[in-house]
Design a protein. Structure first.
Length: 86
């Protein structure tokens, strides 16, 4: 059971940023918004790696990041819908 390090997260960011942006395209049309969402997911994970309660396992990390990207996209859409209805 190997925990993800900041170096591991940095490597994942460099390798998977573009594919995660492409994945986010399923939910969000705007390119800049997608890039912001993916960047925000990695930034929040980076901050969480310093806490003892957060333990990102290397074998499940990509699935977890993918789920975070999806949830962030859906939250963005929900918020956008709320703004439109307002």
């Amino acid at each position: 059971k190997i925990s993800f390090s900041k170096q591991g997260l940095q490597a994942a960011y460099e390798e998977y940023y573009a594919p995660f942006c492409l994945y986010a395209k399923r939910f969000v049309d705007d390119k800049e918004t997608r890039e912001d969402i993916v960047s925000d997911v990695f930034t929040s994970l980076w901050d969480k790696l310093d806490t003892d309660s957060f333990d990102l396992q290397s074998e499940t990390a990509l699935g977890y990041i993918k789920m975070c990207v999806k949830n962030s996209c859906l939250n963005f859409l929900k918020h956008q819908e709320y703004e439109w209805s307002y």
